[in-house]
Design a protein around this ligand. Structure first.
Ligand SMILES: [Zn+2]
Length: 423
């Protein structure tokens, strides 16, 4: 009861409470996944906003300091807060409203209200960090949302944001058959020498990561074709890198991927038509692939395909093939589903699909925690290790036996503050 009061109170004014009352919380579960491997009967101690100690429950008797609260989590697994690698908090599923209409017909106010709700849903599903790769027409509102979460005005995951993102002039949508009309776009257009000032301007508006579209459906008959030249991508990367910011590239075609790799980006998003040659190149250069399997699957379903039935759409068959090639090449796999195409809070769908497409559950857990932290240069999250930020979740059962148990989230803690605790 005392603890429930703490929870209620912490929802009302979580940050001032955390500051007034540094607490030592002992978490005991059947298993602890520390971001790298699974340990049986371990514990985690949180002090204030950070992890203070992690170890075997056999050694608990030797603890001499005062524990304020003990939370027993029988039958459960403790894990680092999950890190979503590719989200769009300012989008909602395309089977509710088509992307074009979200960009052109929804007010900025509506889009922000939706994003605030999505942020809360994401956190409650156990995703304590997101790399949000573009607002798709909602300007730099992701920067404002990030700051509002950080200041405690609203709740949500910690955010790394890409702002407006960058596309080659003429390549991106929304488009119209009324050729004399110039519609507002889902990202900022730029090219050539202007790319330098575009990147700097976006950085000035507060973005954490630069997102470019290295290809898009602008070929004849709407086929995907490359957009920027290698020289253009290099100038984006050089400009971003000199401020310590990475570049993420949307690329699905082999040539778009090849240019992004040569241009020096850090992650490639989607990679649907990658083959052994490009994946070997990615492996060699240490570039991670964020496969977004769940988004392609969702879009195929919106187009009328029923999962598990034949004929399987060509893009699904191709995705199986390219993802297998990426795994065979040993490319670093960044967990990221392109959530927003499918519902926020359903982020775990991508983890399930990674297993379905051939990854081991342990590798999927590592990808969603320690590997994403490393790929995104976040050295204070992604592992349960003394000194790191106390971003911790607990789920029923063992996700190594069944990855879907990652959906049964009973505890969500971010920065030592408990946002969810099922009795
Ligand atoms: Zn995306």
């Amino acid at each position: 009861m005392k603890f429930k009061l703490f929870l209620l109170f912490s929802f009302a004014c979580q940050f001032s409470f955390a500051q007034l009352s540094p607490k030592t919380i002992l978490l005991k579960a059947d298993r602890v996944f520390d971001g790298v491997e699974m340990h049986q009967n371990w514990f985690v101690v949180v002090k204030d906003t950070r992890i203070f100690m992690v170890g075997d429950q056999k050694d608990l008797l030797q603890i001499k300091f005062k524990i304020d609260t003990t939370i027993n989590l029988p039958g459960q697994t403790l894990l680092p807060g999950l890190i979503e690698g590719h989200s769009h908090l300012f989008l909602h599923p395309y089977n509710e409203t088509e992307w074009n209409d979200q960009v052109l017909k929804e007010s900025r106010a509506e889009r922000l209200v939706r994003a605030v709700n999505h942020a809360k849903t994401t956190l409650m599903a156990g995703f304590t960090t997101v790399r949000d790769l573009g607002t798709e027409g909602a300007g730099f509102d992701d920067v404002g949302l990030r700051e509002s979460i950080n200041s405690g005005l609203t709740i949500g995951p910690r955010m790394m944001v890409a702002g407006r993102a960058i596309v080659a002039t003429g390549s991106y949508g929304p488009k119209t058959d009324v050729t004399e009309l110039d519609l507002p776009k889902g990202a900022e257009e730029s090219d050539g020498e202007h790319l330098i000032s575009t990147v700097r301007n976006q950085i000035g508006h507060g973005i954490d990561v630069v997102k470019i579209y290295a290809d898009y459906r602008w070929g004849l008959n709407k086929t995907s074709m490359p957009t920027f030249s290698v020289a253009e991508i290099k100038s984006v990367v050089e400009t971003a890198k000199s401020t310590g910011r990475p570049v993420a590239a949307h690329a699905g075609t082999k040539e778009g991927m090849r240019r992004a790799i040569e241009g020096g980006v850090e992650t490639i998003e989607h990679g649907d038509n990658g083959d052994a040659e490009v994946f070997n190149l990615m492996k060699e250069k240490g570039i991670a692939l964020c496969p977004t399997i769940a988004a392609g699957d969702a879009i195929s379903q919106y187009d009328g395909w029923k999962r598990g039935t034949l004929p399987e759409p060509a893009r699904i068959t191709q995705k199986h093939k390219s993802f297998s090639a990426a795994l065979a090449a040993g490319v670093t796999i960044c967990f990221g589903g392109d959530v927003g195409v499918f519902p926020h809070g359903d982020n775990a769908r991508e983890m399930e699909m990674m297993v379905e497409y051939g990854m081991k559950p342990l590798a999927v857990l590592q990808s969603a925690t320690s590997i994403n932290a490393k790929v995104f240069h976040q050295n204070e999250i992604g592992q349960l290790k003394a000194g790191l930020k106390a971003d911790i979740i607990a789920v029923s059962g063992n996700p190594l036996d069944n990855i879907s148990t990652i959906r049964k989230v009973n505890l969500v803690m971010k920065d030592g503050v408990i946002y969810k605790l099922n009795p």
